[in-house]
Write a protein that binds this ligand. Structure first.
Ligand code: PLP
Length: 441
């Protein structure tokens, strides 16, 4: 225990214990649900990210940007289903089209009226995607994009970045995750121009693809340095390496995603999350000469199968979502409001001279307990996750749902009053725990 912790007479463990006990007392049904779930699912869990201590709060329903848990408390939802619920939980236009399409019949087993229209809308919105194919998740999209690059180039290796996340079988926490697909991977450091350039040039003859999130999302919302991504583009061009932008999370950061903001065209782009209107979704697409290898009329075509690739609910809700709700104008407005929120949160911390930094771009952000700069996964190593747990519990007790890792994704129904409430709750948190934050961070 440090000197000031002794003077304070409580530690971070005490603080976590206090908030956990209050949460447990208030949520008997969530607690019981967890116990029951443990009987048939390891850890009572089927999606690792959703587990946290003492047990995850289970939700009964959602409306707009609000969630109700099984014990009857309501929350302002700042997780937005890890960025997939951009339309909120009950947009009437989405619910209407789902009902209409449902009445037309599910699982028709042939091409339908919707998939070509969604393809057109996606390609118009992200001009580097000359052609696109749909699948069921961001993970699947990345697997197909990487396999496309490997088959096209005849090379085996890929380059990815430490701390990067491209799906459950493509995780790179501190090296390739143990469950990763067995693709030989050269790992580089995000935003480190010279190290990455060296590695790229040294391995160029074997590299099929470089896969990069144009803002590292899951790692903690680390914006890219423009010169870093420009270097990747040039190096990939020079060495005929396929540059893949994983825009599963970042496509919402501008009318044409991060690639539009940056003015850089990748060879392939992967999409997921909200683009299916809130239904299961994934897509990969890009340069015509790569994508046309999937044309089934070619005698040497590659096979891209998937029972639900053109699921009518996803295709119809996705088209409506992109054309009538998350329009290019809506993308600009939502990201501006994210920029304002991030500025207000950073302001609250700097006024109190506390080691807290909120990183991100537009509507995606992450609260970290460390002073700036936080630009690389190495900088993240100095942040304290116990304080993130404290913040998460404190917010839950005050009716705000954020991700335990401090991640926030805004959705369209969130209003200025909601943002003001988030800021005042954050300020109260900083005031209450200032000593602990100073001591621990
Ligand atoms: N790529 C990125 C950047 C992501 O953030 C995610 C999910 O969070 C994925 C890929 C995987 O997408 P999915 O969960 O749909 O498989």
């Amino acid at each position: 225990m440090s000197q000031s912790a002794t003077q304070r007479n409580f530690t971070i463990e005490d603080a976590l214990g206090e908030l956990s006990s209050r949460l447990t007392a208030m949520n008997p049904k969530s607690s019981l649900r967890q116990l029951r779930a443990e009987a048939h699912m390891p850890g009572g869990n089927t999606r690792t990210l959703l587990y946290y201590t003492p047990f995850p709060i289970a939700f009964a329903h959602g409306e707009g940007c609000r969630l109700w848990d099984v014990d009857g408390h309501d929350y302002l939802d700042l997780v937005g289903e890890q960025s997939a619920a951009i339309f909120g939980h009950s947009d009437p236009r989405i619910l209407d089209i789902l009902q209409k399409v449902g009445r037309e019949g599910l699982n028709l087993g042939g091409p339908n009226q919707y998939e070509a229209r969604l393809a057109e809308v996606v390609c118009n919105r992200f001009p580097s995607m000359e052609q696109v194919r749909f699948c069921n998740s961001g993970t699947e999209a990345n697997l197909f994009a990487l396999s496309t690059a490997r088959a096209f180039t005849g090379r085996s290796k890929i380059m990815a970045f430490s701390g990067g996340y491209h799906g459950g079988l493509l995780t790179f926490p501190n090296g390739p995750g143990p469950l990763n697909v067995p693709i030989p991977t050269v790992l580089a450091s995000f935003n480190d121009v010279s190290q990455t350039h060296d590695l790229l040039e040294r391995n160029a003859a074997d590299l099929a693809a470089v896969i990069v999130e144009p803002m590292m999302g899951g790692a903690g919302c680390l914006p890219p340095a423009q010169e870093f991504l420009t270097m990747l583009r040039h190096s990939c061009n020079r060495n005929s390496i396929v540059l893949i932008y994983d825009e599963v999370m970042t496509s919402r950061l501008g009318p044409s995603g991060m690639q539009g903001r940056l003015g850089i065209q990748p060879d392939l782009t992967t999409l997921g999350k909200y683009i299916g209107g809130g239904m299961n979704f994934g897509a990969f697409g890009g340069r015509r000469d790569l994508m046309e290898r999937y044309d089934p009329r070619r005698p040497d075509h590659w096979i891209h199968a998937g029972t639900f690739n053109n699921n009518v609910l996803t295709m119809a809700a996705g088209t409506l979502g992109l054309t009538e709700i998350f329009t290019p104008e809506a993308a600009v407005t939502l990201n501006e409001s994210g920029d304002r929120l991030r500025a207000m949160l950073n302001d609250a911390a700097s006024k109190r001279n506390l080691p807290v930094t909120v990183t991100g771009i537009g509507s995606l952000m992450n609260i970290h307990f460390a002073r700036p700069p936080i630009a690389t996964p190495t900088d993240l190593a100095k942040t304290r996750s116990a304080l993130k747990s404290l913040l998460h519990l404190d917010f839950l007790l005050n009716g705000i749902y954020i991700a335990r890792r401090g991640f926030i994704a805004l959705s369209l129904p969130i209003g200025t009053d909601d943002l003001a409430y988030a800021v005042s709750t954050f300020e109260a948190f900083l005031d209450r725990w200032a000593e602990l934050i100073l001591d621990e961070a």
